[in-house]
Design a protein around this ligand. Structure first.
Ligand SMILES: *Cc1c(COP(=O)(O)O)cnc(C)c1O
Length: 450
């Protein structure tokens, strides 16, 4: 029997991974989540120490795809998706920087997108169906998704992004692809883009179009993001010591990857959810009162300008509570347990800049703003609890070359640009533009599918 996924809102029937992946959001507007987490034994986890990344990915993901994707097919997908390096750079002592920025679009979003596109491609080919992936991006998702799904038969991609909130290189990584990929610049915020996408999914007037999402509301985004936590532990916690992760968080999909890893059996000492000035979660963790930030606050770590992180519904569910898509809590999670497992802190832009500078001055290692938020969040946590002998991992989610101005201002020179980004920067751009108006967007979608 394949593992079942249920909706965090509890009003939609449980379905298998294949159905949950293709659906994106549940009909009751909740998010799909495994009914129970498959377990990895300590021996299975210990064996990861000798395995390459793609093999660890296979062993973790096969626990979810059993009965849905044949093992040899999944193994091939993992080998083809994870061809890039996952550097663990020593900062000091047992503290390391995990760079998740070596994929085709130089952000951690590649890890999920590369696997998801392969799964989608296979499911659609089996069904002989067509699908439109509709996704809102605050910068990096759009690029990762567009690259991963580019030229996959049966799939059309439409990406919405807030025109003023993405950097030039983030933008060019999505607007220079063509073929089955369309990008739409919205005169509004990321939250507007996300709201438009969410409304389209629920709109009966669009019901005849097969839509799916590649946002972190899709469970297919989450599961591959648990793998690099296993990988880091396999290299740094060889005797199964509980490990600390500091994760720069916006929509909390990356952070939920660490929660999934822990629920599957990975020994974790603390998960640090480091946020920018969008501090709804650290406030909730401290007070038990959840108030989304609306509109979301602009900050240097622009991929984390999220006023209401949708994955909190899943996090609350792991701790026995229930939160709906609007952020309303109908059952409180076990906050005491949540506080034992998770630390959360908000980092100002001033501290983000200082973090990039200090990190360079002290360790000659380059961070960009998101990684800096994780570094500063780690410092805040250290002030509350000793690290002891535990290994710790600061997660760097983007390549510094995606934020050349910010980095140059601090260290005095522009970061090296990886080859794949150089190519995109040279190609001509092509995108549509519209106001943050749902009716306009709806007509656009109808016209594209007529
Ligand atoms: C998307 C993104 C984040 C935030 O990840 P979430 O899963 O939304 O919390 C952090 N850093 C970068 C560079 C990103 O692109």
């Amino acid at each position: 029997m394949a593992l079942l996924f249920h909706s965090t809102n509890g009003q939609s029937p449980a379905i298998n991974l294949r159905e949950a992946l293709l659906a994106g959001q549940a009909p009751d507007r909740g998010l799909y989540f495994p009914e129970k987490f498959p377990q990895l034994t300590p021996a299975e986890i210990a064996a990861f120490a000798a395995l390459p990344y793609h093999e660890i990915a296979f062993r973790v993901l096969s626990k979810f795809t059993d009965g849905i994707i044949p093992a040899d097919v999944l193994a091939t997908m993992c080998r083809e998706a994870y061809t890039f390096r996952v550097p663990l750079e020593k900062i000091h002592g047992n503290v390391h920087l995990m760079r998740l920025d070596q994929g085709p679009t130089a952000s951690f979003k590649d890890f999920a997108a590369q696997m998801m596109s392969r799964m989608f491609g296979r499911f659609l080919a089996e069904d002989g169906k067509q699908l439109t992936i509709l996704t809102a991006t605050s910068g990096d998702t759009g690029a990762a998704v567009a690259h991963a799904f580019h030229k996959i038969p049966g799939i059309r991609v439409i990406v919405l992004f807030p025109i003023a909130e993405v950097s030039v290189s983030q933008r060019k990584l999505m607007t220079t692809l063509k073929d089955n990929v369309r990008t739409v610049a919205i005169d509004g915020k990321f939250d507007d883009c996300q709201a438009m996408v969410k409304r389209a999914f629920a709109d009966p007037a669009l019901a005849h179009i097969a839509l799916s999402s590649a946002n972190s509301i899709n469970i297919g985004r989450l599961l591959p993001q648990s793998v690099y936590y296993f990988y880091a532990a396999s290299r740094l916690a060889k005797n199964g010591e509980p490990i600390v992760f500091s994760i720069p968080s916006g929509n909390f999909g990356d952070m939920m990857g660490a929660v999934v890893a822990r629920e599957m059996g990975l020994p974790v000492k603390k998960i640090i959810a480091s946020v920018n000035e969008n501090d709804a979660f650290p406030k909730f963790l401290a007070t038990g009162v959840y108030e989304k930030i609306s509109p979301s606050r602009n900050s240097l770590s622009n991929a984390m300008n999220v006023g209401h992180p949708s994955n909190l519904a899943r996090l609350v569910a792991v701790y026995g509570g229930q939160m709906d898509e609007t952020g309303k809590i109908s059952r409180q999670p076990d906050l005491a347990k949540m506080r034992r497992d998770i630390f959360s802190t908000s980092i100002s832009d001033a501290r983000t800049v200082a973090g990039v500078r200090d990190f360079w001055n002290r360790f000659q290692l380059l961070l960009e703003p998101h990684g800096s938020v994780a570094w500063q969040g780690f410092q805040d946590w250290l002030a509350t609890e000793p690290l002891g002998d535990a290994p710790a991992v600061i997660v760097e989610t983007a390549n510094p070359a995606k934020f050349p101005e910010e980095v140059e201002k601090v260290v005095g020179w522009p970061p090296d640009v990886p080859e794949n980004m150089l190519v995109a920067l040279r190609l001509p751009e092509d995108f549509d533009r519209m106001d943050a108006d749902y009716e306009t967007f709806k007509n656009y979608l109808l016209a594209k599918h007529s």
